[in-house]
Design a protein around this ligand. Structure first.
Ligand code: ATP
Ligand code: MG
Length: 567
């Protein structure tokens, strides 16, 4: 490609709505263009980058025996009704009617469609296993689209689905997909971690996320520096928190005027927050549209982990409650506790409160707390609902857990038979007995990877791309287009690498050197061959973008040296 003919609209200006480096740089360097909230156009550089990522994804999946298909983006709403997900997905599903008034959904993920694809064809164990994938546009009407391609409404996902005649076989494939994903993200040059993930309401027994480590990541990971343990905070575990110095408490009701927070109470009683019981009150919304007020009890030294809380009661989401709502169900804001809790209120206790005594808890009465309380109510429902803190002990080795920030770029999931049961995708085993097909599902955020790569790899001058994915591995920069010697050498090297099939661009624009080199740094070409003044002395320079290092090289060695770098 000749830069003078290329459509690469670079800019010095940062877009107003962008805060994240990758979002700003991808727009400034002319990779993407914003259309509307969460919608982007890919310009030629962006399209090439995406295709290079797709090539790596496809190569590794095909090596692992997966087969590529392409499913319709517009999906019939009946399928979503069959699976029961039409309500669960809520407003993220974009629904519309065609001219005959049939209801459709723009696919946000394709479990239903993929089960539908195989359900009438795959009927025998002999046709299993099967692993099908596609690389395709998805649409989710995200509540808060942001950060450019990172959280867009229209985006490209690789979504794969595997079908098996047994749980063991599905787990074998899950393992294979984990290895395959590791290879993909390694080839993309990413620094990532594989962590345990929330399996959510979809069910299934196990799921793992692939997280690109970046301070700007939206996910919090809990990792152990001493062993391999890593988990999304939504599902992270810890060894039970040891009890601080025990305190002597006699049971009694205490006047605690206006003391509502754990901090205030802890100061008032001179007792460690560990011994307090914190009530977190939420309004739970369920799939069928019903709602109720639920009280989650955790230790005063802990916070509620919302995803765990949602899973503990099988809710769709948790909302904050107003003081009117609390009053209506007989709760006293700031003084809610487990003794004398109104009978009809659903309560969930953190598992670490089991068999606890010496607790301080609200008295369900304005300005009063109970001290020295024991948790010995009948029929208590316990669940792991506390957020793992930094410094808590690793559940596997006892090391001190740390937080990291990550960008979720992949998610693999042991799905089981949830969808095949609902959509009646069955197979006959060797004895002719019918069973639902066992499934796994595997996603990669392909367009999000563009943001993740740039997020992890940039500096104050611009983007730094590894050559495996760079739209052009080599940029040949002719410093002064009026100098015929420079032009001649540039053209010669350009033709050479073109004939080798190396993606190369020739900066033949009538611009000043400074302007061109700034563009090269902004765009992030891995290598820029600068043909300039030193040509008189028989030398050119190679700019190594990643190291920001210039290497002088004699003209007769240049092709050989550049080949070493870019081929
Ligand atoms: P997130 O938690 O980030 O919303 P998710 O868990 O809803 O993602 P999955 O359903 O697991 O996403 O989808 C598979 C992959 O698709 C994710 O791992 C992520 O990389 C990508 N992805 C999901 N939502 C978006 C989006 N709005 N924009 C870009 N990529 C996305
Ligand atoms: Mg996910």
């Amino acid at each position: 490609m000749r830069f003078s003919k290329a459509y690469i609209p670079t800019s010095k200006e940062s877009p107003n709505d962008a805060t994240l480096a990758s979002h700003i740089l991808l727009i400034r360097a002319g990779y993407i263009q914003s259309v509307a909230s969460g919608l982007y156009n890919l310009l030629p550089l962006g399209k090439k980058l995406l295709e290079n990522i797709i090539k790596i994804v496809r190569e590794e999946l095909d090596k692992a025996g997966c087969q590529e298909v392409e499913l319709s983006f517009v999906t019939p709403a009946e399928l979503w009704e069959e699976s029961g997900r039409i309500n669960k997905f809520g407003k993220e599903l974009l629904r519309f009617r065609d001219r005959k008034d049939n209801l459709f959904v723009l696919g946000p993920t394709h479990e239903e469609m993929m089960v539908n694809l195989i359900r009438n064809n795959v009927t025998s164990y002999k046709q299993l296993p099967l692993n099908l994938y596609q690389i395709k546009t998805k649409f989710r009407d995200e509540a808060r689209p942001r950060f450019g391609l990172m959280r867009a409404r229209e985006f490209v996902m690789k979504d794969g689905y595997s079908f098996h005649s047994s749980d063991e076989d599905m787990k074998r494939e899950f393992q294979l997909m984990e290895e395959t994903y590791r290879k993909i993200f390694q080839r993309l040059g990413l620094d990532f971690r594989v962590v345990e993930a929330d399996s959510g309401a979809i069910g299934g027994s196990g799921s793992k996320e692939f997280m690109v480590l970046a301070d700007s990541g939206e996910d919090t990971l809990v990792v152990c520096p001493s062993c391999q343990y890593g988990a999304n905070i939504e599902t992270a575990k810890r060894a039970k928190v040891p009890e601080p110095e025990p305190v002597e408490m006699n049971f009694g009701k205490f006047y605690t005027p206006n003391l509502k927070t754990i901090e205030e109470l802890s100061q008032f009683f001179h007792i460690d927050p560990y011994f307090f019981v914190k009530a977190v009150i939420k309004k739970a919304i369920y799939e069928d549209g019903s709602d109720e007020v639920v009280v989650f009890f955790v230790r005063g030294s802990d916070e509620l982990e919302e995803t765990k809380a949602i899973n503990s009661i099988g809710a769709l989401e948790l909302l904050d409650t107003s003081s009117e709502e609390l009053e209506k169900v007989g709760l006293v804001a700031g003084f809610v506790g487990f003794i004398d809790l109104p009978k009809n209120i659903r309560a969930v206790f953190d598992i670490e409160l089991e068999d606890s005594e010496n607790l301080i808890t609200g008295a369900n009465e304005v300005d009063y707390h109970y001290v020295g309380a024991k948790l010995d109510l009948p029929n208590i429902s316990f669940a792991d609902i506390a957020k793992v803190r930094e410094g808590d002990m690793c559940p596997t080795c006892g090391g001190r857990l740390e937080y990291r920030k990550g960008i979720e770029v992949g998610h693999i999931f042991q799905l089981g038979t949830t969808y095949s049961e609902k959509l009646e995708a069955n197979f006959l085993d060797q004895q002719g007995k019918s069973h639902p097909i066992v499934m796994g599902t595997y996603g990669i955020g392909v367009s999000r990877l563009i943001s993740a790569i740039v997020e992890q790899s940039h500096d104050d001058r611009g983007i730094v791309l590894p050559k495996e994915v760079a739209p052009y591995r080599l940029n040949i920069l002719i410093s002064n287009i009026k100098n015929s010697d420079e032009v001649e050498l540039g053209e010669k090297i350009y033709n050479h690498f073109q004939s080798l099939g190396v993606p190369v661009i020739l900066d033949d624009r009538k611009e000043r050197f400074g302007f061109k080199i700034r563009d090269a740094e902004l765009i992030g070409f891995p290598y820029t061959l600068i043909i300039g003044k030193s040509l008189k002395n028989g030398e050119v320079e190679i700019l190594h973008r990643k190291e920001n290092r210039k290497e002088k090289i004699a003209i007769d060695k240049v092709i050989e040296r550049v080949e070493e770098l870019v081929v």
